[in-house]
Design a protein around this ligand. Structure first.
Ligand code: CP
Length: 332
């Protein structure tokens, strides 16, 4: 990702997503959101978590509202959790099948958005392979409509960043002093970007971004993070390790990307490779996961893994965000 190219877009997004009182009206990026707001969202999300085996939390906070899920790229976790989050808050939820939508017949994305607005949709959850699409839509919707970024090219995945830092906070409550290692295809990962931005805002000072050189981010992608190409060096004494998948759909013809066996041998997160991390290290993965490539299957299922907890937290975070933007719109 070319950060300089995105810088103006990101600054614009930061101002676009808050109203004049500093309340969240769209969620486009975590960049520019302050520590207090991130903490408030995490605190709200905690209120939507219930004990395993008990019924999920519900409210009628969004009763009468309509949420539309517009996923122009594949998704399991994000789409399902926004769907559940809207329903558990009492909203009507429209999951538009983009493969059978009129966008396939040449309808522009804005005509599609205006059509949904005319049906009184209040919030649109957007995933798209092109950078800038959520902010572009946010600039064109009516004042009472919120846009939530559900994954934007290699730029941003803000609700994923929030659920990741919520999961870390549940195990390691003090962010300053934590050593966090993110391992994999950092260059093409919107998760790496959003989670890193949230971690830095919350006070992490030891963030290692570990990858083969060909998949490393630009030097200034995450100011303050250390870019490392040696796995053992990057994992030493880590409190948190997050493995990322290689984003083959975004790589194109990039020379030097290691094959599967070479990648796992040099960058795979395994029982053997995390031996140098702290004994109570937590192991994370945003999914979808490729067992035996970026992570050893038994480690993903083992006692250090918090991967399913990330998924559970994803629903709670999306409930908190939907409730928050709706409250901003309603002036509550
Ligand atoms: N982590 C994540 O975005 O997963 P999905 O692609 O399944 O939504």
């Amino acid at each position: 990702m070319n950060v300089a190219k995105h810088e103006n877009v990101l600054q614009d997004e930061s101002s676009l997503q808050l109203d004049a009182n500093g309340n969240l009206r769209h969620l486009l990026t975590l960049k520019g959101l302050d520590r207090q707001l991130l903490t408030d969202i995490l605190d709200d999300a905690e209120t939507y978590l219930t004990h395993p085996g008990s019924l999920p939390a519900r409210s009628q906070a969004l009763a009468g509202r309509t949420v539309a899920n517009l996923f122009f790229e594949p998704s399991t976790r994000t789409r399902a959790s926004f769907d559940l989050a809207g329903k558990r808050l009492g909203a009507d939820v429209l999951n538009l099948d983009v493969n059978t939508s009129s966008r396939k017949k040449g309808e522009s994305i804005l005509d599609m958005i205006y059509t949904l607005e005319a049906m009184q949709v209040d919030a649109m959850v957007v995933r798209d392979a092109s950078a800038g699409v959520p902010a572009f839509i946010a600039r064109h919707v009516k004042d009472h409509v919120s846009i939530l970024n559900a994954g934007e090219s290699d730029v941003s995945h803000p609700t994923q960043g929030l659920l990741d830092v919520l999961t870390i906070r549940q195990h390691k409550p003090r962010f300053p002093g934590l050593a966090v290692a993110i391992v994999g295809d950092i260059r093409h990962s919107r998760v790496a970007m959003s989670t890193s931005q949230a971690l830095m805002t919350l006070g992490v000072t030891d963030l290692r971004l570990i990858s083969p050189p060909v998949l490393a981010p630009d030097d200034d992608a995450i100011p303050g993070a250390r870019i490392v190409d040696n796995l053992q060096e990057g994992l030493a004494d880590a409190d948190v390790v997050m493995a990322l998948r290689i984003q083959r759909e975004r790589i194109g013809n990039l020379d030097g990307v290691p094959g599967i066996d070479e990648y796992f041998a040099n960058y795979g997160i395994s029982h053997a490779s995390i031996n140098v991390a702290k004994p109570d290290v937590i192991v994370m993965h945003p999914g979808p996961m490729n067992r035996g490539i970026e992570i050893e299957g038994t480690l993903a299922d083992g006692p250090n893994s918090v991967i399913t907890q990330q998924v559970t937290n994803g629903v709670a975070v999306r409930m908190a965000v939907l409730d928050r933007v709706t409250r901003t719109m309603a002036g509550r």
